[in-house]
Design a protein around this ligand. Structure first.
Ligand SMILES: [Zn+2]
Length: 274
């Protein structure tokens, strides 16, 4: 008996493993081709799985309204960085597997008829890490928002700064934070949408500087991971630590919103804020 049959009690032949995934919350077997239709929610427990960027863009914008900016901006290798692989090789691999040049996609779109600037981070591209290009693209996005007097939405999903770019990567924290400050001075709303996971240098900069912070249910949001914190303070962390509901109840974020309600919630927010 195969492990699939043991798991599901099914006597059906094995489904090739690239056609399905298991819900990380309840273990339900989910067929990949059904996921986009169901917005990457578990059909059994409603767990919010990570959503590919183009599905995310389709979720938040009106049909065919997204126009991408700076899509061909590519990372350099300023430090000639090599760990177990050379940085340019890692980039090349990420480009091939994700079909985009960097860990963020930015552009303008309409959301229930309203023009917005939208940035969406891609966790599949080197863990959504922020190097110079991610910082530059987001900064340009916010500068465009100021020029055009439009609200900004940034969807974060990131392991943090990109270590292969060392200090250049850390400088993006200051740069993007400064861009958010300019949005603020211009009196334009910026909504930060935190998805699983938002951590490290991204959570320590623009992702936590929104006028409104919205998180998806159960998203991991924090700076250092729970394991590192436990090892440092030598204490057991409370149940649900760094998950969105925990952060909401401790006043760290403003709302936890189900994926199906994100677009109408953003629309309502902008009509209140603008
Ligand atoms: Zn589930």
């Amino acid at each position: 008996m195969s492990w699939f049959s043991r798991l599901t009690g099914s006597k059906k032949p094995d489904i090739p493993s690239d056609l399905w995934k298991k819900c990380p919350n309840c273990g339900e077997v989910l067929i990949n081709k059904d996921l986009p239709r169901n917005l990457f929610l578990c059909s059994k427990c409603d767990h919010h799985l990570r959503m590919p960027i183009w599905d995310r863009i389709a979720l938040l914008t009106d049909d065919n309204s997204f126009v991408e900016f700076d899509s061909d901006m590519e990372s350099q290798d300023p430090l000639n960085f090599i760990d177990s692989a050379a940085y340019p090789d890692r980039i090349k691999k990420a480009v091939e597997s994700t079909d985009s040049f960097e860990a963020v996609t930015v552009g303008e779109a309409r959301l229930e008829g309203r023009e917005i600037m939208l940035g969406v981070m891609n966790f599949d591209f080197m863990g959504g890490s922020m190097g110079s290009v991610v910082g530059e693209k987001l900064t340009r996005l916010m500068e465009r928002a100021i020029e055009r007097r439009m609200p900004t939405v940034i969807v974060s999903a990131s392991g943090g700064a990109r270590m292969q770019e060392g200090i250049y990567s850390l400088m993006q924290m200051a740069k993007t934070s400064q861009a958010v400050a300019l949005l603020n001075e211009a009196g334009l709303p910026y909504v930060s949408l935190l998805t699983d996971p938002t951590t490290g240098g991204v959570s320590a900069s623009f992702a936590m500087l929104g006028d409104v912070h919205i998180a998806e249910p159960e998203a991991l949001i924090g700076f250092a991971g729970p394991r590192v914190i436990e090892q440092t303070i030598r204490q057991k962390l409370p149940e649900g630590f760094q998950r969105s509901d925990f952060l909401l109840s401790h006043g760290h974020i403003d709302m936890v919103i189900h994926r199906r309600q994100l677009k109408p919630t953003l629309s309502k927010l902008f009509s209140l804020l603008l």
